[in-house]
Design a protein around this ligand. Structure first.
Ligand code: URA
Length: 207
């Protein structure tokens, strides 16, 4: 299932991220803000339990998060900006990392790092990758999460290409995808068009 978060705040911030004149500092801040707004939607069905507490005026039962604990997992390196922001909303979440890079020749994902919470099977997993382009890295990362025992996985990306969405829907129909926008297509180099360029380079000021 695909959820496109078409909220005006998200769309405005995403347009600023697309702008080639937006510098590193602002790009990072926008990526963090968009990530938190996406998380707000991606986590809309977290369990809450009425919990008894005392306000300054009256005792009562009020909803508090309950149910499965959470894990945020970043696909390195660009996914870090998303988990670093989202963990502010859910500070008890554990954070895992999966290192993937795309071979520039074959465009195939190459895994080089995997460090996940030991109890990932008991957690709801939110996997972050700002650019869902070919879908190769995200699909391989989801497969790695499943091998580690993860049973509930949601993929969060800032931008997606139709090709990437199709790959995840084909390989992992159980995984919901949450994005800010779906762009037109991939170009011959595997970049999303119109896109925002290389997210990692724009976040970290490389290149
Ligand atoms: N990764 C990026 O950072 N940008 C793209 O457009 C595609 C993949």
């Amino acid at each position: 299932m695909l959820l496109v978060v078409s909220h005006p705040l998200v769309q405005h911030k995403l347009s600023l991220m697309r702008d080639v004149t937006t510098g590193v500092k602002e790009f990072r801040e926008l990526a963090a803000e968009v990530s938190m707004l996406l998380a707000y939607e991606a986590m809309r069905d977290l369990d809450v339990t009425p919990t008894r507490l005392q306000t300054p005026l009256q005792e009562g039962e009020f909803p508090m998060l309950s149910g499965k604990k959470l894990a945020l997992v970043a696909i390195l390196r660009a996914g870090l900006i998303m988990t670093d922001a989202i963990v502010n909303l859910v500070p008890a979440a554990k954070v895992g990392h999966i290192g993937m890079y795309r071979d520039p020749g074959t465009l195939q994902p190459v895994a080089y790092y995997n460090k996940l919470p030991a109890d990932i099977a008991e957690r709801r997993v939110f996997l972050t990758d700002p650019m869902l382009a070919t879908g190769g890295s995200a699909s391989a990362a989801i497969a790695a999460l499943k091998v580690a025992g993860a049973q509930s996985i949601r993929l969060m990306s800032i931008l997606a290409a139709p090709e990437g969405i199709a790959v995840i829907e084909r390989d992992h129909p159980d995984v919901e995808i949450v994005v800010a926008a779906v762009d037109e297509r991939l170009n011959d180099h595997g970049y999303i068009v119109p896109g925002l360029g290389d997210a990692g380079d724009r976040i970290y000021g490389t290149k």
